[in-house]
Design a protein around this ligand. Structure first.
Ligand code: NDP
Ligand code: BG6
Length: 494
């Protein structure tokens, strides 16, 4: 399915914001892994660009502790850095981009040369950067692709402004909007689970499914990112993008083909069936310090010096929404995300309805299909079985596909690795299209405005807890039943 037709031509990967945090922690390591594993076109060079007057040695030093280097890879790493350069320049002056362009042209021998620009820059310089790329750095003998990171605006109006700005400069097929959750193994597996198995499709609807819970939990707070986080909050940071993207893959109809636009057409359709969320459908929380906790856990969100003392920005949110189409009418989709919670976890729980006409005195619990995105990718189906033995008792058990057990020798690649490689191959399947973004903001903007205009106070919850206690009542109200009786036994290796 990959289009590698262009792989014989020279490519340049230009990282704007090369001196920054994302660059050192994620992007340099990712391009190194892709290079190390011989996945990139043979003739690929890398150029970092930012305002700071740095050398490539300094860039190398900054990213050193994030680059995994296996024994035996040292020479290859040297060759990787030999292919790297750094150019210092402003984000707003065309002349600096003309200089960058001259630099790029030097290596582009031959009739074809392709360029990929990765914008790891703050949203404040986004407009000028893209205009300057368009005016001074477009490849004249190959493709130019632009990778952009969220935030894609803060609401419907700002997002549309950004979309119009980009549409004035580039064609949609040149723009790769990253939602890194779309690069995760189990998120990509959702389509296979749904559409390559006959067993699930007949029951994947409102006749059989009671509710769907999509969760994201992190066991740490804002960790010095309070300044950024406070102007966005958890709904914009995680729910409106990562969780809604997962929802659309869980709920969409089968695409006509695996063509990226066929898939994205179905994702948009399902979003169009969702009404904007109302305040009554949203519960928000903010973490406070836990006096009994250790270290950072003692500090609440408002103790972060970069956060205003009266901030009402949510660090936890639970929203229930409905998809008003024939398949899903009446089924609550619950999106839940939070920081400073008791564990790290991202998962989808498809909870089936109670079996009608109970003959087991209420002992038959609901089936649940759990797709664990992280940590430890797994797919398990909770079901009822006869307890082995002489008695006729029922027991809750599972069919368990835990990746670390089943695929022992397979490394699951990092989301960024897949997504950056997709840009080289020209596949937009796992990137967000303009109209998806528009629908996502249509669903969330009114409630975000209400929260902010009415200065709604989030419910406090302790750092390290499961979040506000009221969230469990809300879950039950949305027909998600937690029995608390299921016990999973980790298989022992034979
Ligand atoms: P449970 O149904 O017992 O738990 C489901 C989830 O419900 C919990 O993770 C918890 O998540 C939530 N919960 C806890 N208290 C409440 C409450 N009062 N009201 C509503 N929800 C509540 O079983 P699981 O399917 O989660 O499995 C249990 C464990 O076994 C997990 O750690 C799972 O990872 C593991 N397991 C692993 C398998 C594997 O690796 N293959 C296979 C099967 C299970 P939260 O706090 O987020 O709300
Ligand atoms: C980012 C959010 O998009 O995703 C962060 O801005 C969050 O706040 C991160 O921590 C989580 O990503 P992952 O891959 O670690 O689950």
């Amino acid at each position: 399915m990959e289009n590698k037709a262009d792989f014989k031509y020279p490519h340049t990967f230009i990282l704007l914001g090369a001196s920054g945090d994302l660059a050192k922690k994620k992007i340099y390591p990712t391009i190194w892994y892709l290079y190390r594993d011989n996945l990139l076109p043979e003739n690929t060079r890398f150029v970092g660009y930012a305002r700071s007057k740095l050398t490539i040695e300094q860039i190398r030093e900054q990213s050193k502790k994030y680059m995994k280097v296996r024994p035996g890879d040292e020479q290859k790493l040297e060759r990787f850095w030999e292919l790297n350069e750094y150019v210092a320049g402003s984000y707003d002056k065309r002349v600096d981009y003309e200089h960058l362009n001259q630099h790029l042209t030097k290596f582009e021998k031959g009739p074809v040369a392709n360029r990929i620009f990765y914008l790891a820059v703050p949203p404040t310089v986004f407009d000028e950067t893209t205009v300057n790329i368009r005016n001074a750095c477009i490849s004249i003998k190959g493709f130019t692709r632009i990778i952009i990171e969220k935030p894609f605006g803060r609401d419907d109006v700002s997002s549309e402004k950004l979309s119009n700005h980009l549409a004035g400069l580039f064609k949609e097929e040149q723009i790769y909007r990253i939602d890194h959750y779309l690069g995760k193994e189990m998120v990509q597996n959702l389509m296979t689970i749904r559409f390559a198995n006959k067993i699930f499709s007949p029951s994947w609807n409102h006749d059989n499914i009671a509710s769907v819970l999509i969760s994201f939990k992190e066991p740490f707070g804002t960790e010095g990112r309070g300044g950024y986080f406070d102007s966005f909050g958890i709904v914009r940071d995680v729910m409106q993008n990562h969780l809604l993207q997962i929802l659309s893959l869980v709920a969409m109809e089968k695409p006509v083909t695996l063509n990226p636009d066929d898939i994205r057409n179905e994702k948009v359709k399902v979003l169009r069936h969702i009404e904007p969320i109302e305040l009554k459908d949203l519960l928000v929380g903010q973490y406070v310090g836990n006096p009994e906790g250790q270290g950072e856990e003692k500090l609440g969100y408002l103790d972060d010096p970069t956060v205003p003392k009266d901030s009402v920005t949510p660090t936890y949110a639970l929203a229930g929404l409905f998809i008003n189409n024939e398949r899903w009418q009446g089924v609550p989709f619950i999106l839940r995300c939070g920081k400073a919670l008791n564990e790290r976890k991202a998962e989808v729980r498809i909870q089936y309805k109670d079996v009608p006409g109970d003959i087991f005195d209420g002992h038959a619990k609901r089936n649940e299909l759990v797709i664990r995105v992280q940590p430890g990718e797994a797919l398990y189906l909770k079901l009822m079985s006869k307890k082995p033995g002489m008695k006729f008792d029922v027991v809750e058990t599972e069919l368990d596909l835990t990746y670390s057990m089943r695929y022992r020798d397979t490394d699951v690649p990092d989301a960024y690795e897949r997504l950056i490689l997709d840009v080289f191959t020209g596949s937009q399947m796992h990137f967000v299209r303009n109209d998806e973004l528009k629908e996502a903001w249509r669903i969330f903007t009114p409630v975000l405005k209400k929260l902010e205009d009415e200065h709604i106070k989030p419910i406090p919850y302790k750092f390290g807890s499961r979040g506000p206690q009221q969230a469990d009542a809300k879950l039950s109200a949305y027909d998600f039943k937690y029995s608390g009786s299921y016990k999973w036994k980790k298989p022992t290796v034979c």
